[in-house]
Design a protein around this ligand. Structure first.
Ligand SMILES: NC(=O)c1ccc[n+]([C@@H]2O[C@H](COP(=O)([O-])OP(=O)(O)OC[C@H]3O[C@@H](n4cnc5c(N)ncnc54)[C@H](OP(=O)(O)O)[C@@H]3O)[C@@H](O)[C@H]2O)c1
Length: 175
C-alpha cells in the first residue's frame, strides 16, 4: 500500500491563513478541482480530528474516511461504519490494518499533527503538495515543531494556472 500525504501550502510553507482553518478561502480553483478529483476517486482517507472539526464532512458511500482521535466516543453521532469512522489507533496500526485489507493507496489529508505522526514513523511514501504563490507570514505549517530529517525526490511538477500554482509530487527517500 502506498501512503500519500496531500497538502496545499503557500510559498512560505503555510497551510492555514492566520487563524482561519478554512483552506478553500485562499486555495486556487485548480487546487480545489485537483483535491476533488482525488476525493472522488480514492477509496481511503485519514484525517486528524482538528481538521475534521474545522469543517465536519458528511459520510460518502464511495470511500472510507478515518478520523484519528484519542476520544472516539465524542463522535458517536457522526459515525457511519465503513464510511466515516473515528479511531484511536496509531499510525502503524492503521497502516498495517489497511495494507492487510488490500487497499492500494491511503491518503493522509491533514492536518499537521497527523502528518508529523506518520512522517516520524517513516510511514509516508509520497507528498503531493500544491504550492500557491502566496505568502501569509502567520499560519500553521504542514508539520508541527519536531526535529525531522526527511529527504524527498521530486517526481513531477506542473504549473496549472496563470498565477503559477504548482502541483508537485515528491517521493520520500526511505532510510
Ligand atoms: N492546507 C491544507 O492542505 C490543509 C490540510 C488539512 C488541514 N489543514 C488545516 O490544518 C488544521 C488542523 O491541523 P492540526 O495539526 O491542528 O490538527 P490535525 O492533525 O487535523 O488533528 C490533530 C488531532 O488529532 C488527534 N490525534 C489522534 N491520534 C493522533 C496522533 N497519533 N497524532 C496526533 N494527533 C492525533 C488529536 O486530537 P484528539 O485526540 O483530541 O481528538 C490531535 O489533537 C486545520 O486548521 C485545517 O484546516 C490544512
Amino acid at each position: 500500500m502506498k501512503t500519500i500525504l496531500v497538502f496545499v501550502s503557500t510559498l512560505d510553507g503555510k497551510v492555514t491563513k492566520w487563524g482561519d482553518p478554512h483552506v478553500q478561502s485562499w486555495s486556487s480553483l485548480k487546487d480545489q478541482d485537483y483535491f476533488n478529483k482525488i476525493w472522488n476517486s480514492a477509496r481511503l482517507f485519514i484525517m486528524g480530528s482538528n481538521t475534521f472539526n474545522a469543517d465536519p464532512i458528511k459520510p460518502a458511500s464511495n470511500h472510507l474516511l478515518v478520523i484519528m482521535t484519542r476520544e472516539p466516543s465524542k463522535y458517536i453521532n457522526y459515525e457511519t461504519l465503513g464510511q466515516l469512522e473515528f479511531r484511536n489507533d496509531s499510525p502503524i496500526e492503521l497502516t498495517l490494518q489497511f495494507a492487510n485489507q488490500g487497499y492500494e493507496y491511503m491518503f493522509l489529508v491533514g492536518g499537521a499533527h497527523i502528518a508529523t505522526s506518520f512522517l516520524k514513523e517513516q510511514l509516508v511514501d509520497e507528498l503531493w503538495l500544491t504550492i500557491e504563490p502566496k505568502i501569509f507570514g502567520v499560519g500553521g505549517n504542514f508539520v508541527i515543531e519536531e526535529k525531522l530529517d526527511i529527504n524527498l525526490q521530486l517526481l513531477s511538477c506542473e504549473s496549472v494556472n496563470k498565477q503559477g500554482t504548482l502541483l508537485t509530487k515528491y517521493s520520500v527517500i526511505k532510510k
